[in-house]
Ligand binder design. Structure first.
Ligand code: TRP
Length: 326
C-alpha cells in the first residue's frame, strides 16, 4: 500500500522514524465510527496498521467512537442501536489478526471516564470559529458534534498521559479524517505532547467507479458479510472502462486506472507487483477480457471473505481480550 501510493502523504513520518531509530518507540492509533456493516474499503487503514504493528512491534489503540455518527447524522436516531453495530465492527477488526497483547480497543461511551477528562483539556483550546472553518459547521450544528473532535484527539496523546512521558504516535487514516488532526495537532502541541505523525490513505473506489464506496449505493461496495452470489453479482456490474465490444477492446485496449477490477487488484487482491503489472498490461493491450477478469476477482474476494468470516467466528469469544473499559 505504501509502495503503490495508496497511502500517498504523511505528516512528520521522518521525525517519527528518526525517533524510532534512536530507540524512542511509537504507538499506533486509528479508529472506526460505527454506523453499519463494514466494507472492504473500511479495512484499508486497519490492514496497514496491522502490518505496521507486526513490522515495528508496537502497540495499537483503536477508538470506536460510538457517539460520532449518532451526533453527526440526522438519520441515526438510536444510540443503543449503535452499540450493537460497534461490537459487530470490532469483530471485523480483530478478525484481521491483531495481537491482543499489543492492541487496545475502546468504545467512547464505555471508556468515557478516561477520555472525557482529556477531551476537555483539548476542547478548551478549540474555538467554534476554528471548527466552522475546518468542518463547515454553522450556528445550527448541534453542540455534541461540535465537541466530538476533541474526543477523537485524545488517543493521539493518551499514551503519553498514561506513561507520564511523551510517546510518539502514528495515525494511519483515510484522508477525510485528516481535518480532525489538523486542528488537534496544534492543540496537542500546546498541551506539551508530541504532535502525532499521520499516514494519509486513499479511499478504495466503488465498484461503479465512484471515488469512495458509498453506503447509499449498496452495489458499489462489497460488505464483509456479503455471500458468494452477492459478490459475483456486484463484481459483474463493476465499471471496467473497457471498449463497447470485444472487437474494439482487442483493437484499442482499456485503461487500468479507470477499470475498477484492475484497481481492486491494485488496492487489495494482487500483492505481487510483477503480476499486477502483467494484469495492467493485458488490460492496456486488450488481451484481458472483462468476463474472465471479473470471474477471477470475484473468486479472490470470496476466498478472502471466507477466511475473514472464519476468523470472525473464532474471535467471537476473544473480544474482551482487546476491549478496555473504565
Ligand atoms: N472518525 C472516524 C470515522 O468516522 C473514526 C475515528 C476515530 C478515527 N478516531 C480515529 C479514524 C483515528 C482514523 C483515526 O470512522
Amino acid at each position: 500500500m505504501l509502495r503503490r501510493g495508496i497511502f500517498f502523504a504523511h505528516r512528520e513520518l521522518n521525525w517519527l522514524l528518526d525517533e524510532y531509530d534512536k530507540g524512542n518507540k511509537f504507538y499506533l492509533y486509528t479508529g472506526r465510527a460505527p454506523s453499519g456493516g463494514m466494507t472492504l474499503g473500511h479495512l484499508i487503514p486497519f490492514l496497514l496498521s496491522k502490518w505496521l504493528q507486526d513490522k515495528f512491534d508496537v502497540e495499537l489503540y483503536i477508538q470506536i467512537p460510538d457517539e460520532e455518527k449518532f451526533l453527526a447524522k440526522k438519520n441515526i436516531k438510536d444510540i443503543e442501536e449503535i452499540r450493537k453495530i460497534a461490537y459487530d465492527n470490532v469483530l471485523d477488526i480483530i478478525a484481521l489478526g491483531f495481537d491482543p497483547k499489543k492492541t487496545k480497543i475502546f468504545l467512547d461511551t464505555e471508556y468515557a471516564s478516561v477520555l472525557y477528562k482529556q477531551a476537555c483539556r483539548v476542547a478548551k483550546h478549540i474555538t467554534f470559529s476554528t471548527l466552522k472553518d475546518a468542518f463547515g459547521m454553522n450556528n445550527d450544528s448541534n453542540i455534541g458534534w461540535i465537541f466530538y473532535t476533541s474526543m477523537q484527539a485524545v488517543p493521539a496523546f493518551l499514551k503519553s498521559v498514561e506513561e507520564g512521558h511523551n510517546v510518539p504516535c502514528l495515525i494511519p487514516l483515510a484522508i477525510d479524517q485528516d481535518v480532525h488532526f489538523r486542528v488537534a495537532r496544534d492543540v496537542i502541541d500546546k498541551l506539551g505532547y508530541y504532535k502525532p505523525a499521520i499516514l494519509e490513505g486513499k479511499f478504495l473506489p466503488g465498484l461503479n467507479g465512484a471515488s469512495k464506496m458509498s453506503s447509499s449505493d449498496l452495489n458499489s461496495a462489497i460488505y464483509l458479510s456479503d455471500d458468494h452470489e452477492t459478490v459475483i453479482k456486484k463484481v459483474n456490474k463493476a465499471l471496467t472502462g473497457q471498449q463497447a465490444t470485444v472487437e474494439l477492446q482487442k483493437k484499442y485496449g482499456g485503461d487500468p486506472e479507470k477499470c475498477m477490477v484492475c484497481q481492486y487488484y491494485k488496492y487489495l487482491f494482487e500483492p505481487d507487483d510483477e503480476k499486477l503489472e502483467k494484469i495492467f498490461e493485458a488490460e492496456r493491450n486488450g488481451t484481458l477480457l472483462a468476463g474472465e477478469h471479473k470471474r477471477d476477482l470475484a473468486n479472490r474476494i470470496n476466498t478472502f471473505l471466507d477466511e475473514h468470516k472464519k476468523m470472525r467466528e473464532k474471535m467471537k469469544s476473544r473480544i474482551d481480550e482487546f476491549i478496555v473499559r473504565a
